[in-house]
Design a protein around this ligand. Sequence first.
Ligand code: CA
Length: 254
Amino acid sequence: MALLKLFLGALLLLQFVLLDGAEPQNLNCPAYGGVPGTPGHNGLPGRDGRDGKDGAIGPKGEKGEPGVNVQGTPGKAGPSGPAGAKGERGPPGLPGSESTADSLKSEIQHLNTKIAMLEKAASFNTFRKVGQKYYVTDGIELTFDNGMQYCKDFGGAMVLPITTLENQALLKLSVSSGLSSKRPFIRITDRETEGQFVDTEGKQLTFTNWLNGQPDDYKGLQDCGIIPQSGLWDDANCDNPHPIICEIETEFTL
Ligand SMILES: [Ca+2]
């Protein structure tokens, strides 16, 4: 009898184990297997999984098509290159207007002319240098027109001071040569227009040194200039002879 109780106790314990979580059963009633229920509905989809690992490197692709030939924009200018070789000698130029030899020849002729004039000046009884001019005289007395020609014949001109310095030099020559009292001619005249003294080329005078009251055209016969002892100018009769003093330029270009 005790053994039977032990067996039933073990069997009861086995039922508890097999029916874990089920409703409590009447242990006094034996259980029957029911009909299987319909399957439940599918659950909701699960969340996206994490990214997988990188795959293996694929095979090399095929060679691409050749590119289109389009010229790009020019680049910056590079540094200067080395100097090129010397070019060939050019053709000869056109001849100049005057060669060096011709220029020298002309200059020598010019100097010879000047020297000849100086020798002529030195042949006068009296000469005096003032600036680049020489005043010369040998005391000859001529009319105004003859005096003009006289000076011209040796390449000079009748004297005409154009500065105070020249007027003083002329007066000194006139005095030292004993001509001042005879009042030498100077190269001015108003024969063209009475009362308007100009030089013998008709040019206006830039310097005058008239005595007070002169020129007065005394008796209507005085149309040519003279330089008296005072150095102050007067007008006189052109046809009366007066001492002739000439001037020559001595300006050298060398
Ligand atoms: Ca007068």
